[in-house]
Design a protein around this ligand. Sequence first.
Ligand SMILES: [Fe+2]
Length: 146
Amino acid sequence: MAQVKKTPALLSALLADTYALYLKTQNYHWNVTGPNFFSLHNLFDGQYNELAEAVDEIAERIRALGELAPGSFKDFSRLMSVSEAKTKTNALGMVNDLIKTHEAICKSISQIIEQTRKENDEGTQDLLINRLAAHEKMAWMLRSHL
Ligand SMILES: [Fe+2]
């Protein structure tokens, strides 16, 4: 009997986390204030757009693996493990929170890559390696604002 693959379920959790980070980044794009307003407002703009595309890619990979992609706030809140946007925080708190969230997602991605190795799923590995590099780049850009 064929082994049940764990990757689609792990990708569903990554989809929820990526969506949560997308929404959090957009929230901070809207609500950031202070002397760095313009540069952070623009930085967050570029990053939430990147994350929106990533959400689509991850969902379509889940479909390519033969499973349904979750796509409701109810599903996402059940599946996600990163925190939602802080309601009362300044620009520095927003940047720090985003860095922490990118780091947490990088950790999850590394774990999913391990699983794809066990399942010889090179197509998903390729997607995940690109996602890892993208999160590392976004975290670096955020860190450069500290
Ligand atoms: Fe905007």
